[in-house]
Structure formats: C-alpha cells, structure tokens
Design a protein around this ligand. Structure first.
Ligand SMILES: [Cu+2]
Length: 435
C-alpha cells in the first residue's frame, strides 16, 4: 500500500438518547459490521455501534453516564470501562456477560479526574479475540479544573487509537499468533495522514493492541506529555520517546507552529512511520501549555502489603497455563480480600525466568482505581510510569511496586495481565472489596 493516502478518521461521535435525571444515557449495539479499512474493500469486524472504533463517549467529571449495550453478536460479550472508577456491577467483570440477544445497562459515575479511558470487551476467554476484531472505543472524561488550563480543545483535541493486526489476501482480520501482526492501524487506517493547522494540538494516544508495545517518537516536531492513564501530570514533561504498552494511554501536546505550511511531521513506532501530520494552514492559537498542570492526589500511608507474581507454565497441555501467584484464574476463588478505604502497596513481579527458555513480557492492570507506581526494580520509576496509572509495563525480570487506595465501592473486581491472550489463558485474579 502507498503510505499516507487515506485521511485519519476521528472516532465516530454519539449523542445521548436522553440527558434527564442527572444522567446522560446512550444506547450502543454490539454487532458484526463491515467497515472500510483498506480503500474500496470491506473488512468484517465486531463493533460497538457499527464502526471499527466505537463511538467516542464524552463524559463530564461528576455527571453520570449510562450506556445500554445490546448484544447482537450471537455469542456472549461484555464491556469494561478501562480506567473507570466504577461500581462492581457495571465494571464488566469477566463472568458478568450479556447473553446473545440480551442487553445490559452500565452506569459510570465519573467520580474521578478528567482522563482518557477506553471501553472494550472483557468476557473471559474471548476478550482477546473480541478486542482484536474491533470491540474498542474511547471514553473521555472532561473536568472543569482542566478546562481552566486552556489546553488545546475542540477540534485540536484528538484521540488516536493505535493497534496491530494481521490481514489475509481478502483484507480480512486473521486472529492468530499475537507476535505476527505486522500491520499497524491508526484510528482504523494503515499509515494515514492527518491535516493540521500550525498551532498546538492535544493528542490522546491509546494502545488498543492485545499485546504489542509501541516505542513512539516524532520526526519534525517534539512531544510534551501532559497526562498518563488517569489524567494530568503535575507539570508537562518533554518526551523525545514514549513507551506505550497494551492498554495504556498517554496524552501529549504537539506544537506545529514552527513547521512551515506544506511541511510534514511523522509519528513513528521505532523506525516505522505510523501517521503523517500535514501542516496545511495558519490559525490563531488561543490555547496554552502552562508550566503547572495539576498536582497528583496525596499518597496516604499504606497499611497492607501484597505480592503479585505473573508467570506462564509452558508445560500446560494443550495450551500453556498463565498464572497469578502460581494459579490460573478461578472465578470461584477470591485471591485478595481488601477492606474498603485501605491504602495498599502491591509488589508486582514478572516471574517468568530470565534468561529464557521463555522470557515473556507482561503488564499489570488493576480495575476499580488508579494507582501510583512507587518504584521499578527497587529503583526510581521511569517517565512511562509517572502519574495516575491503571496499567504498567512488566518487561522480563521486572518488578514494580504500586500503591492504591480502594475507595467507594464494594464487591468483586479483577486484576490481570493486559496482554489479553495471557489473561484468557488464566493470568488474572480477583479481589473482593469488603466493609
Ligand atoms: Cu502477560
């Protein structure tokens, strides 16, 4: 394919069907669809609402959102709002599924800071294939404190979903070896272009791959990070390079003001160009990139300490068994009992042996609350670990310490490796939050 021939689409928008009673209500079918990924042909996908990227839901901090998802797939499905501080019955627990033909209302309270979240399939054993086939969409929480900063907004605030894929000769998605997905899709297109004005933009980057990690950089302009998974950083951070692992989000401001009209800026993964920004016009720029953004919440003193180890037992038959603390996921088992309101430190370890035979990268995703990464391998954290996080990288041999406070909700939540082929093989466990 000739690069930079297709425009990068934006996620489809969706209007609430009702805004009364203090809640914005949406209805989104989960259904098979045919979408145009390659010009002039269609690809079969599983979709939220009929497009390859689900509709962009824009919520406001403190105001409730309800989404009624109707399952028109012919097999069980469900939805998890990744990064959401959500009551257990709306969290999309892997065993809490919507049967074919059924529907389920999910309630999102948005009692959290402005952040870039995403929603995706999470029913146990099919989550990886369903996400791969298109069950992924953006969910952005805006908040007033953030609006006052006058960061780039409106058409200059752009969500960008990155993910990998393997296509056959008929341009159909092949669900097979996660290590063999050579095509990168940017908002559902291969190497698209995006026309920009010579001014500042806010880009909300999401890695919606089931396993792949991106090593992102720009050629022709520079990136300044302003937010991670859970919202704004205390201050902007120049980032020549950003590691973005499966499930993570990073927000950057890019200023195209120094690029001549007609000039280009490339977004690359390593040396592979993913997206070309074409600077096409001058416009006044009333936005700002302030020196200070928003302080992180204070870290209370932790009172409970736990260990979490991820590994894969390759002697499993017929499939390897992926484990947390030596056991594959069992929905009947409560792994951790957490008292509501407690602040805990979890030491999370990639326990696959290094060196080999099979050193495997993992990452750690916690439902229900954002956490802070305190240390990596006993030392300081990296720039990729900074801020409020819900997903953190665990390369072979790595250990991170994370701290979280479990407020507001009771009930059962999972934590797992967000390499979704690992979670479906059992690299998932659950906590029960009790009074
Ligand atoms: Cu893993």
């Amino acid at each position: 394919m000739t690069p930079f021939r297709s425009p990068m689409p934006l996620p489809p928008s969706v209007a609430p069907v009702s805004t009364t009673g203090g809640i914005d209500l949406y209805r989104i079918p989960i259904r098979p669809a045919k979408v145009e990924i390659f010009p002039g042909t269609t690809t079969d996908v599983l979709s939220f609402g009929g497009a390859f990227m689900g509709p962009l839901i824009r919520a406001k901090a403190g105001r409730r959102v309800g989404v009624v998802f109707t399952n028109q797939l012919g097999e069980a499905a469900n939805v998890h709002l990744h990064g959401g501080h959500t009551a257990a019955n709306s969290d999309g627990h892997p065993m809490d599924v919507i049967e074919p033909g059924g529907s389920k209302p999910y309630e999102y309270l948005n009692r959290q800071r402005g952040a870039t979240l995403w929603y995706h399939a999470h029913e146990h054993h099919t989550e990886a294939e369903h996400v791969y086939r298109g069950m992924h969409g953006f969910y952005v929480i805006d908040d007033d404190a953030e609006c006052d900063l006058r960061l780039p907004a409106g058409p200059y605030d752009v969500p960008i979903m990155l993910r990998d894929a393997l296509f056959d000769d008929q341009h159909q998605l092949v669900y097979d070896d996660p290590g063999n997905r050579p095509t990168i899709l940017v908002n559902g297109k291969v190497q698209p272009f995006f026309r920009v004005a010579a001014r500042k933009y806010r880009f909300r980057l999401l890695n919606a791959s089931t396993e792949r990690a991106f090593d992102l950089r720009l050629e022709g302009a520079s990136m300044t990070q302003i937010a991670s998974d859970g919202g704004l950083l205390p201050a902007p951070v120049p980032r020549p390079q950003v590691g973005l692992w499966a499930g993570e989000r990073v927000e950057v401001v890019v200023d195209f003001a120094q690029v001549p009209i007609g000039g280009h800026v490339l977004l690359l993964d390593g040396d592979q160009p993913l997206l070309r920004f074409d600077v096409v016009r001058r416009v006044p720029d009333g936005s700002r990139l302030p020196d200070r953004l928003r302080p992180l919440p204070p870290l209370p003193a932790p009172t409970v300490f736990r260990e979490v180890a991820f590994n894969i037992d390759f002697t499993g038959d017929p499939l390897p068994v992926a484990q947390v603390n030596g056991q594959p996921y069992d929905p009947e088992r409560v792994d951790f009992r957490v008292r509501r309101g407690t602040t805990e430190v979890w030491t999370v370890r990639n326990a696959d042996p290094v060196p080999g035979p099979f050193p495997v990268p993992h990452n750690f995703h916690l439902h229900m609350t954002q956490f802070r990464v305190l240390s990596r391998n006993g030392g300081p954290i990296t720039l990729d670990d900074a801020g409020l996080k819900d997903t953190v990288a665990l390369p072979p041999g790595h250990t991170v310490q994370v701290q979280a406070t479990f407020e507001d909700f009771l009930g059962q939540y999972v934590f797992h490796c967000h390499f979704l082929e690992h979670s479906w093989l059992g690299m998932m466990a659950q906590m029960l939050i009790v009074e």
